[in-house]
Design a protein around this ligand. Structure first.
Ligand SMILES: *Cc1c(COP(=O)(O)O)cnc(C)c1O
Ligand SMILES: [Zn+2]
Length: 550
């Protein structure tokens, strides 16, 4: 693979050695790999067809001279999953999840570790130092063990114990630093300097940026398979790329990937970037919102999401600020609680269990859609950066499991089983009737309700059937659409209110329609609540449901 390292500050070109970390001319630590885009742009696409779907399929654009397959753990090639339920809930149908949990150690840091360790192995390096909030050290440890390298892993004491033990299990030396992540990085750097050991430099590590950019290549390639080619280009680009960030290495690399594809004519534009931070440690977001050119440092981060605790982003902020502004993107931050809630939504609606740091991206997505920054017609890719293994205590709250104790000595086995099952669930659950003509919307509302508690859900596909169902079953709550064939929702309400047995059954109207003042008058006093479709994620809806069925 022919490539050179170009200094971002003075433009000097030099060959690549992993251990030479500064520009030989001006000493800048900010450099990037440059390839012969003219040639690669023409020759790589046809070659891809016969290559496996992993990170190494783009090897002509990676800074490794001879990719060593014996180190591979199957990095890259993660699926791009359409989030149909989230899309319906948010009224934004084209949301895709880049599922980086499916990397070998379950976070997107596997790409960084795979490429960096390959480069270090190629250069004969056998020992290295990394500061980490957990996932980087886990990934490096896995690949270092395959490469026969020793890793000194500096982690802050707030990293979950499970993650620390995993690092140790791979054979790395864990060094716990009681202090902030930024301090932890300083201690690690000092240790590496004293011992002359190779150290990971975050976003200044050429191999890390190059590894991350493969996410952009995969997104464009996968979106092309799902949606077809671009208008005048072989590959397709989303409108948005959303990611939770700490130091911002991911989006810096991913932006470079999109830029390279644009240079090679594979795509014609770069998506809008939306980097998301946790409120308690959001130096880039607050600085961007104030229009600052340099980030104001957060010295003591106040988030429980340790993975995202970079308080001093340094120059990475300047790059990201430029990328966000160039692409009409947006920085945004969310609270820890928003992230935990998003974690539940993602798991319960899409079957994806993400770690709190990854959920920050989804909470950011919800916020940007609600604010109208991301439009309903936009195609959005959200990076699901890491898996929650295990779910941290505190995320679920109390009562998340039900205990069943089988067999006391006086009972026959049969009686014991029945009484145990009665403990699991009462015989009668609150009944909720969903009257809605769109089957997809019925399914979505059912799923939202099921994820919130135990209900008996009854469904009807038009007003007339709905009315008959309600009169027969006398549910505890009705969720009603307005525009339906046979009999519209307004008539259903009038009929219900005119009969004694159904007069007091609470009704929530869920509608996609903007109501006229006249229609609002007709509903006034007749229903308990009015919900716009696309706004079911709203806590109000769930609170409303809970308060209405007591
Ligand atoms: C490292 C990490 C991030 C933040 O990534 P950066 O691009 O380096 O800011 C987000 N989520 C998870 C799960 C991570 O491990
Ligand atoms: Zn230079």
């Amino acid at each position: 693979m022919s490539f050179l390292i170009k200094c971002i500050d003075c433009g000097h070109l030099a060959p690549y050695y992993p251990t030479s970390t500064t520009c030989p001319k001006c000493n800048s630590q900010w450099r990037e790999a440059e390839y012969d885009y003219e040639i690669v742009g023409k020759t790589l696409l046809p070659r891809l067809q016969s290559r496996p779907f992993d990170l190494w399929r783009y090897r002509e654009l990676l800074p490794i001279r001879n990719p060593n397959t014996s180190l591979s753990l199957g990095e890259g090639g993660t699926p791009l999953i359409r989030a149909v339920n989230l899309g319906m809930m948010l009224g934004c149908p084209n949301i895709y999840i880049k599922d980086e949990r499916q990397g070998p150690t379950a976070s997107f840091k596997d790409r960084q570790a795979a490429v960096t360790i390959a480069a270090l192995k190629e250069a004969g390096i056998t020992e290295m130092v990394a500061a980490s909030t957990g996932n980087v050290a886990i990934s490096y440890s896995a690949y270092a063990s395959r490469a026969g390298m020793k890793l000194w892993a500096f982690v802050t004491s707030l990293v979950p114990a499970m993650k620390m033990r995993e690092i140790a299990l791979y054979g790395s030396q864990v060094i716990k630093i009681t202090g902030s992540y930024d301090q932890c990085k300083q201690v690690a750097a000092e240790f590496a300097n004293q011992r002359h050991l190779y150290q990971d430099m975050g976003a200044r590590t050429i191999t890390s940026i190059e590894a991350m950019k493969t996410i952009a290549f995969e997104i464009a390639e996968q979106l092309t398979t799902l949606q077809g080619a671009g208008e005048n280009t072989p590959w397709q680009t989303p409108d948005w790329y959303v990611q939770a960030i700490s130091g911002g290495m991911g989006p810096i690399g991913i932006y470079k990937g999109f830029r390279e594809m644009q240079t090679m004519g594979w795509i014609d534009r770069i998506p809008a970037f939306a980097p998301i931070q946790a409120d308690g440690c959001a130096p880039m977001v607050t600085s961007w919102k104030q229009g600052l050119e340099k980030a104001e440092v957060v010295t003591s981060p106040k988030t429980r999401i340790e993975t995202l605790a970079t308080g001093d982003p340094g120059r990475s902020y300047q790059f990201l600020r430029q990328y966000v502004n160039n692409t009409n993107g947006a920085f945004e931050s969310v609270s820890d609680e928003d992230a935990f809630r998003a974690m539940h939504v993602l798991a319960k609606m899409e079957g994806i269990s993400a770690e709190p740091a990854a959920a920050v991206a989804f909470a950011g997505l919800f916020k940007l859609i609600r604010a109208g920054v991301i439009k309903p017609s936009d195609t959005v890719v959200v990076n699901c950066t890491g898996h929650t293994m295990p779910a941290e205590a505190g995320v679920l709250g109390e009562n998340w499991a039900r205990d069943v104790k089988l067999m006391t000595s006086e009972e026959t086995p049969q009686e014991g089983l029945l009484s145990a099952l009665r403990q699991v669930a009462p015989e009668r659950f609150p009944k909720i009737a969903i009257v809605e003509d769109a089957a997809e919307a019925r399914r979505l509302i059912r799923r939202i309700l099921q994820s919130q508690g135990s209900f008996t859900i009854l469904e009807a596909g038009n007003g007339r059937e709905g009315l008959a169902l309600i009169e027969r079953e006398l549910p505890d709550l009705v969720i009603l659409d307005l525009m339906m064939p046979e009999m519209d929702g307004f008539t259903v309400i009038e009929e219900l209110r005119s009969k004694q047995e159904t007069a007091t059954i609470p009704v929530i109207v869920a509608t996609a329609k903007e109501l006229t003042p006249d229609e609002k008058d007709r509903l006034n006093g007749q229903i308990q609540s009015l919900m716009q479709k696309g706004d079911f994620l709203n806590d109000e809806f769930l609170e409303e449901v809970k308060s209405l069925i007591k």
